[in-house]
Write a protein that binds this ligand. Structure first.
Ligand code: UFG
Length: 337
């Protein structure tokens, strides 16, 4: 089954491409390289031995989508392509609505026109906002998004739900990602943040390698186990495999449906625990200090992932140690160390 992977050169997209191949699917990548690099394709080739079909372009480009889907004989799509910087989305909301919401609408129209049935959408635990209780499950009510970025995910889910309600001949799964970290164990692909990383683990690895002087822990006065924020950190390869499980479920479905699944580990770890574990598994000391809270941060969130296990037959295989070891191996590899 040929699968179009939009944003397939990105962090989660590239790892998913590998797992699709491992599971017998044939991925075709479309990516505008706005937040990824062409060198990812070489990393993918080193892992898989294959020169994957790659199209450079934007998913708002209807003609390109139509051309690629028809020419390649695509039967399903995983739609990763989106902007994801929370702070930037506050400053440039229209850029986010245009790209994240606009491309989803365009893609859905093209899928209907070309009668392509299967779609997996990248959603986020950001749709839960500041949750009242943890872990959050899929039946936990969503809350108003804290940023335009988060709102594009909430709106995206609503668009998909309404499309199915209208009787469209599509089967769609939204995966609500928690915090993806780590890298492929081969160290051939991983996260490639542009500029100063916003996310915790790339900031940690860049500090450990000497690109950044010091990590600041954004607050230790939260009402959590050690005062720092708690998140559900999932190895990117486990997250990638959830897309294979989602496609297998879509393939089996006879009638159109829409469903959502949490994709996390089911465990919450604090920022300080991440630092401690990173130091332990990699046998080094990290330069860090406690600083003020970052505005907009959720105090704590982690997922109940029973639904993904029970319905998709998916569960995590890797540990936090694996994630932080692989993240460090990748940082060393890209810095030739
Ligand atoms: N953190 C630090 N120092 C840093 C960077 C992060 O202490 O230099 C802390 C943050 O305060 C937070 C935790 O590390 O408590 C994780 O932060 P990330 O930025 O890595 O991840 P977030 O949980 O804030 O963001 C993630 C996704 C977003 C999504 C958001 C909503 O990256 O795409 O979850 O839940 F919108």
């Amino acid at each position: 089954m040929k699968i179009l992977v939009t944003g397939g050169a990105g962090f989660i997209g590239s790892h998913t491409v590998v797992e699709l191949l491992n599971a017998g699917f044939s991925p075709v990548i479309i990516d505008d390289l706005s937040n990824s690099k062409k060198s990812v394709l070489q990393g993918l080739k080193n892992i898989t031995g294959i020169d994957l079909p790659f199209y450079e372009g934007d998913c708002n480009d209807r003609d390109l989508l139509k051309k690629v889907i028809s020419a390649e004989g695509i039967e399903g799509v995983i739609h990763f392509a989106a902007y994801k910087a929370v702070g930037e989305s506050v400053d440039q909301p229209l850029k986010y609505y245009r790209n994240n919401v606009g491309s989803l609408v365009t893609l859905l129209e093209v899928l209907s026109e070309l009668k392509i049935k299967n779609l997996v959408f990248s959603s986020s635990c950001t749709v839960y906002g500041q949750p009242d209780i943890v872990p959050v499950s899929e039946s936990t009510p969503r809350k108003p998004a804290e940023s335009p970025y988060g709102n594009t995910k909430t709106i995206g889910e609503d668009i998909l739900r309404d499309t199915i309600k209208s009787g469209a001949a599509l089967s769609i799964i939204s995966l609500r990602y928690f915090n993806p970290i780590g890298a492929h164990p081969s160290a051939e692909i991983g996260e490639l943040p542009t500029g100063v990383p916003n996310n915790l683990v790339p900031y940690i690895t860049q500090t450990a390698i000497g690109i950044r002087k010091k990590l600041t822990v954004f607050g230790n006065d939260y009402n959590t186990k050690d005062g720092s924020n708690v998140r559900d950190f999932i190895h990117v390869v486990d997250l990638a495999k959830a897309h294979v499980s989602a496609l297998n479920l879509l393939k089996k479905s006879e009638a159109p449906f829409y469903d959502v699944f949490n994709v996390g580990t089911g465990t919450g770890n604090s920022v300080l625990e991440i630092i401690e574990t990173f130091e332990k598994v990699n046998d080094l000391k990290l330069n860090y200090e406690i600083g003020p809270r970052r505005s907009g941060d959720v105090e704590q969130i982690y997922g109940n992932v029973d639904k993904a296990r029970d319905i998709m037959g998916w569960q995590v295989e890797k540990t936090l140690d694996d994630s932080l070891r692989d993240a460090w191996a990748w940082e060393k590899k890209i810095n030739n160390k």
